[in-house]
Design a protein around this ligand. Structure first.
Ligand code: E4P
Length: 214
């Protein structure tokens, strides 16, 4: 399973890349707003940090305007993936962009039917938001299972990005299901590694090492 960092923070991306386990980055307008920076220079800086895919979201509602935004962002670097919201206009945009060889990540996926239509329009990736489904007492990972089953039924090549990840169990379940990608917030990275028995084991080894003549 590929791991993307779900952030627009240059500091977090640099740290994550240093760990050697980050394959890509996803951003959204809320994550970009948190950085308090001018948009295009930030996108240029992020895309230069790694060769892997970097999702940048269009914000217009008119398809022609979305396509114009997408072309501007895609021209910045070869690793830009255009994030497009799932709706009728979005499908039209995905179709047009895939025809021009521009990769897309269809976002705000909350149902298997949305994921199937996004794939039919030519989406490179779909992003089901598991945490937000859980937030309203749904089962976010069941949504991912359904999408994976449907894509498998028809040999659909669109990759599933498990998004809106809130905790390590989402990550583990994503891998169990066989999702292509999990995009995780920086804080979740450390949580994935933490285990009290690893900490206790290290502490004991280091204490015992003090008794060894060296
Ligand atoms: C990533 O593609 C999504 O925009 C992000 O994971 C949403 O996460 P949130 O539901 O925690 O805002």
């Amino acid at each position: 399973m590929k791991i993307f960092l779900d952030t627009a923070s240059i500091v977090e991306i640099k740290k994550g890349l240093a760990y050697g386990i980050i394959d890509g980055v996803t951003t959204n307008p809320s994550l970009v707003a948190k950085e308090g920076r001018e948009f295009l220079p930030l996108v240029r800086e992020i895309t230069a940090l790694l060769p892997g895919p970097v999702s940048i979201e269009v914000t217009a509602s008119d398809p022609e305007e979305m396509i114009a935004q997408a072309e501007t962002y895609a021209a910045i670097a070869a690793n830009v993936v255009i994030k497009v919201p799932i709706n009728l206009e979005g499908l039209q945009v995905v179709k047009a962009l895939s025809g021009r060889g521009i990769k897309t990540n269809v976002t705000l996926i909350f149902s298997p039917s949305q994921a199937l239509l996004a794939a039919k329009a030519g989406a490179t990736y779909v992003s089901p938001f598991v945490g937000r489904v859980d937030d309203i007492s749904g089962d976010g990972m069941a949504l991912v299972e359904d999408i994976a089953l449907i894509y498998d039924n028809y040999d659909i090549a669109t990759e599933i990005i498990v998004a809106s990840v809130r905790h390590p169990l989402h990550f583990v379940e994503a891998a169990r299901i066989g999702a292509d990608v999990a995009t995780i917030p920086f804080a979740t990275l450390a949580q994935l590694l933490h285990h009290p028995l690893t900490d206790a084991g290290m502490e004991r080894f280091l204490k015992d090492w003090e008794k060894v003549k060296h």
